[in-house]
Design a protein around this ligand. Structure first.
Ligand SMILES: Nc1nc2c(ncn2[C@@H]2O[C@H](COP(=O)(O)OP(=O)(O)OP(=O)(O)O)[C@@H](O)[C@H]2O)c(=O)[nH]1
Ligand SMILES: [Mg+2]
Length: 509
């Protein structure tokens, strides 16, 4: 890991100097890399603000490294990035001061708990700083220009901080220019990597597709609409490509703040995408797409647009000449050619690919088309990365999935799950969770007679959690009423749905 870290730091210097087009700065392993933490003050070029991301790796299924990702996801001109770079160098909250704090503290051997607390504190300070930077620059939505060259003036401005980083590398015993440092990025010629956002109406199969493509169950799936509420990342790395998929909530017209937050995720994801993967199913007519603004954005966007028409397994085929739909539905839908023709007329710029996400039909074809559209780039994440949300997020999602499948009517939509405790004790994980609902009258329904219903839901969730984490799970569940959590910004923010300020710059498309 240290190796990767060193490599990325070298890449940072190169990119700040405008020598390399790399967009990734990976700088830390659980906040414990001493001098090289200074890399934090160097967020690289082309970054609006940074993101601190604990990654879950495929091989170990647990948080392995923390990566500081900058670049295409947060667009801003090089000039502004440089300003930010310098601001971070000089600012009160600058990285050097943080570094001193961490290194002084780290002289005494810390308990695991203290280390965790330190990391939390550090992450919180990064968030605050990101927010400051955003406000400070009041960033507008200018796309950065790929061909933008660093001016001599900017190069001169960068000389001093680059020198400082060079010294830091030397202090850490790493010689800048050492070819082994770049090994991680060697062989990246011909490599393609990028962000693919899966967007579309509710229930068309976005999460099913994401899981099939990623080969793991990172996104929950149910037969109900609005199952997905967050933006969920799943990474697939091949020999010559890396795709960072984003599954998103179904597009809808928001009725309350929670749904506004969900739509903000969709828009953010669309704004960040290298390739937009719009998903529909054989039932949907383009005229019924829920949000005209998003639809027009896709019609006009110059970004590559692929349209996956899902659930074609339901249409008549050689093995099922009648298909799996009623006569009325079949008459309304017509043939697959009719479906494709309707969408092609509405979105002439889209490449249309019929698939069945659940039956894994034509996913190879879809993948091949996606790969063609990816920009040339070295991998954006370490090769074995699976996803970026913390483990407790997946725990809460799997429990929420069970609420969707076990209760009907408004209950699934009134509930949120919060994981209040997550203790990995080696072979056992202890999870404490609270289900928040909007009404007193839901509580007896959620719990059932003598707790029977909650027990049933808990058992199903536990089994899925054991599968997901590959360990025994002890699951505690409580039910609480939080009347207006779906509209209360503070609650929504605590549940990870939105910034307290509501829509942010980067949710505009
Ligand atoms: N027949 C058929 N059903 C599918 C296919 N893909 C998904 N489904 C079903 O469609 C339903 C919705 O799937 P999801 O993957 O949750 O859909 P989504 O688009 O993520 O839904 P939201 O998160 O609510 O926006 C589930 O019952 C899936 O099993 C498919 O290829 N064929
Ligand atoms: Mg979904």
């Amino acid at each position: 890991m240290k190796f990767r870290l060193a490599s990325a730091t070298a890449v940072t210097i190169l990119s700040v100097l405008g020598i390399s087009p790399f967009h990734l700065v990976a700088v830390n392993t659980h906040g414990k890399c001493g001098g090289l933490s200074e890399g934090f003050v160097c967020p690289g070029v082309r970054s609006r603000f940074y993101q601190w991301t604990p990654l879950i790796s495929r091989s170990e299924g647990e948080v392995k490294a923390n990566v500081f990702l900058v670049g295409r996801r947060r667009r801003v001109s090089i000039a502004r990035s440089i300003d930010w770079f310098l601001f971070s160098q000089d600012g009160e909250e600058g990285g050097s001061q943080r570094l001193q704090k961490t290194t002084t503290k780290s002289k005494r051997k810390k308990s695991e708990k203290e280390e965790e607390d330190d990391l939390e504190e550090f992450l919180a300070s990064l968030d605050t700083e990101a927010e400051n930077v955003r406000q400070d620059y009041n960033v507008d939505m200018e796309d950065y220009d790929d061909d933008e060259e660093l001016s001599d003036q900017h190069k001169a401005m960068l000389a001093a901080p680059a020198k400082k980083l060079d010294e830091l590398l030397k202090d850490a015993g790493i010689e800048f220019g050492d070819p082994t440092l770049m090994e991680d990025d060697q062989g990246s010629e011909g490599f393609r990597a990028g962000f693919v956002s899966i967007v579309g109406s509710p229930n068309v199969g976005k999460s099913t597709l994401m899981n099939s493509l990623v080969g793991e169950r990172v996104s929950i799936v149910t037969s109900k609409q609005q199952t997905t509420r967050h933006q969920i990342m799943g990474v697939v790395t091949g020999e010559d490509f890396q795709i960072v998929y984003y599954d998103t909530p179904g597009v809808l017209r928001p009725n309350y703040k929670l749904q506004e937050g969900m739509m903000a995720f969709v828009k953010e994801s669309l704004g960040d995408a290298d390739v937009v993967l719009l998903m529909t199913d054989v039932f949907e007519d383009p005229r019924d797409f829920p949000d005209q603004q998003i639809f027009e954005h896709m019609q006009q966007s110059r970004r590559p647009l692929l349209l996956a028409v899902n659930k074609i397994d339901l249409l008549p085929n050689a093995t099922h000449p009648q298909g799996n739909l009623g006569k009325d539905a079949l008459e309304r839908i017509g043939t697959l050619q009719d479906v494709v023709a309707r969408w092609q007329a509405a979105l002439p710029n889209a490449s249309i690919i019929p698939i069945s996400a659940r039956e894994c039909f034509n996913l190879d074809g879809l993948l091949a088309s996606l790969k063609e559209e990816l920009p040339p780039s070295p991998p954006l994440y370490p090769n074995d990365t699976l996803t970026d949300k913390p483990q407790r997020f997946f725990a809460s999602e799997l429990i929420r999935e069970k609420l969707f499948t076990s209760y009907s009517k408004e209950i699934p939509y009134s509930c949120e799950v919060s994981v209040t405790g997550f203790k990995d004790q080696g072979r056992l994980i202890k999870i404490n969770s609270t289900i928040f609902t909007t009404r007193d009258s839901h509580v007896p329904i959620l719990i059932g007679t003598k707790g029977s219903k909650l027990k049933e839901v808990g058992t199903q969730a536990r089994l899925d959690l054991e599968n997901f984490f590959g360990k025994k799970i002890y699951l505690e569940m409580r039910v609480k009423v939080r009347k207006d959590w779906r509209c209360n910004l503070k609650d929504l923010s605590a549940f990870g749905y939105m910034q307290q300020g509501g829509e942010t710059e980067n949710t505009k498309i």
